[in-house]
Ligand binder design. Structure first.
Ligand SMILES: NC(=O)c1ccc[n+]([C@@H]2O[C@H](COP(=O)([O-])OP(=O)(O)OC[C@H]3O[C@@H](n4cnc5c(N)ncnc54)[C@H](O)[C@@H]3O)[C@@H](O)[C@H]2O)c1
Length: 398
């Protein structure tokens, strides 16, 4: 597949495969820049060599040795004289990612992509999952998925124990205090974690909320208890408010002061099976994103966005009980019939955290191969012949 980027002064041709993430950013006149959020597929696809061999930018395409971020630039007169290109370079920025306990979920992918753009990574890990996560990290179980585009392993500067359901020690009930899954860990309520980060590092630039929990997720809303509903809301929606509220005072203001959370389409469309009040919690999270974007934007000059992600077989998603079917459904019915990778969400989050997104706040940012736009399930048996006529592209690409 070839994409043409035509402008007044030049023409750039970039080649890509269906898995290549190449975004063209069209400036008003002279310069044209090609940005890849993920250096490896960009290089593998031949896009980099195509750019180099196209001549106009042979001297100005560079691959940052540290971060693996690809940057391209070109002069308007065809000489290659350097008009700096656009790039995602988060060197010197620090991110706290809440909700990482293995290498399978969106939090890990976001942490890794932010690291590949140069950011320093701190994570908050749910206390009951802390031991196994730290042991697995130490024993090299994640080493393969720690590989960055430049071949180095991504580092987590510090893992903080966290339970985002509790704001301060006074909130913690006796049964949790005495629970053996919490034994040995300390200072894991939200305010204590923020204090520890402040003491250890001073400040952060990027906050990622990648956590959710709904104890009754497999029950229909009609059968969900008050306790289950409020627990889903507390762990999956208020935790976002709390983390933002307490981290905001130690977040650096400016172009990279950014808060990102993860939501799901069940907030706005009925997804039978995504129960226990989780759909309500995601609706609250999205509404809170808009209100917090205003409040935190005015008070702290930070941006607040949420990514509505397509289905991924993470540990949390397996609890729903039919995640494989959701993935199949998504692929069969999305405008883009491709596998959704955790890295797709990592790339989008890294863009949202970067100065390239400095005017974006309060949005629900869909990263789901376009599934949210569909009002009809093309693979429905009820459609019969209409299905054949409606999905000709599927035949071509199959
Ligand atoms: N997997 C999907 O299909 C999908 C789709 C859309 C949105 N999301 C969202 O992405 C986010 C990340 O989930 P994931 O699917 O990558 O699964 P995951 O299992 O990798 O992440 C969920 C994390 O939340 C943590 N957690 C749960 N309760 C917590 C608490 N009280 N305090 C601190 N941490 C807690 C878990 O330990 C886990 O690490 C969630 O908000 C989820 O709703 C997931």
């Amino acid at each position: 597949m070839a994409s043409l980027i035509a402008g007044s002064g030049m023409l750039a041709v970039a080649r890509g495969t269906s898995s290549t993430s190449v975004a063209s950013l069209v400036a008003p006149d002279a310069a044209r820049s090609v940005v890849s959020f993920n250096a490896r597929p960009f290089e593998r696809s031949g896009a980099l060599s195509a750019l180099k061999s196209s001549g106009f930018c042979s001297s100005s395409v560079r691959n940052s040795a540290k971060s693996g971020v690809v940057m391209a630039s070109a002069g308007s007169n065809g000489t290659g004289a350097g008009v700096p290109g656009l790039a995602i370079d988060l060197t010197g920025k620090r991110a706290f990612i809440a909700g990482v306990a293995d290498d399978q979920g969106y939090g890990w992918a976001i942490a890794k992509t932010l690291a590949s753009a140069g950011a320093e990574i701190l994570v908050g890990t749910w206390v009951p999952a802390l031991n196994i996560f730290e042991t697995s990290l130490r024993r090299g179980k994640f080493d393969e998925s720690r590989q960055l585009p430049n071949g180095s392993l991504f580092e987590i500067s510090k893992v903080y124990p966290l339970d985002a359901v509790f704001d301060c020690p006074e909130d913690v009930p006796e049964d949790i205090k005495n629970n053996k899954r919490y034994a040995g860990a300390s200072a894991w309520t939200v305010t204590e974690v923020v204090d520890s980060v402040k003491k250890d590092f001073g400040s952060i630039d990027i906050l990622v909320h990648s956590l959710a929990n709904g104890p009754e997720v497999s029950k229909p809303l009609l059968e969900t208890s008050r306790k289950g509903y409020l627990a889903a809301s507390s762990a999956s929606a208020y935790s976002h408010v709390s983390l933002l509220r307490h981290f905001a005072p130690i977040m650096n203001q400016g172009k990279c002061g950014s808060v990102i959370s993860l939501t799901y389409m069940a907030s706005e469309k009925t997804i039978p099976g995504y129960g226990g009040g989780m759909s309500s919690a995601k609706a609250a999270l999205e509404s809170d994103t808009r209100v917090l974007a205003f409040e935190a934007g005015r008070k702290y000059k930070i941006r607040v966005n949420t990514i509505s992600a397509g289905p991924l077989k993470s540990r949390a998603a397996k609890a729903i009980g039919f995640i494989e079917k959701m993935i199949d459904y998504s692929k069969a019915n999305s405008p883009l019939q491709r596998d959704l990778e955790a890295d797709d969400i990592g790339n989008a989050a890294t863009f949202l955290a970067s100065p390239l997104a400095s005017a974006i706040s309060g949005t629900v940012f869909y990263v789901d191969n376009g599934l949210h736009t569909m009002g009809m399930a093309l693979d429905s048996r009820a459609l019969g012949e209409i299905q054949e006529a409606a999905a000709p592209a599927e035949k071509v690409s199959a």
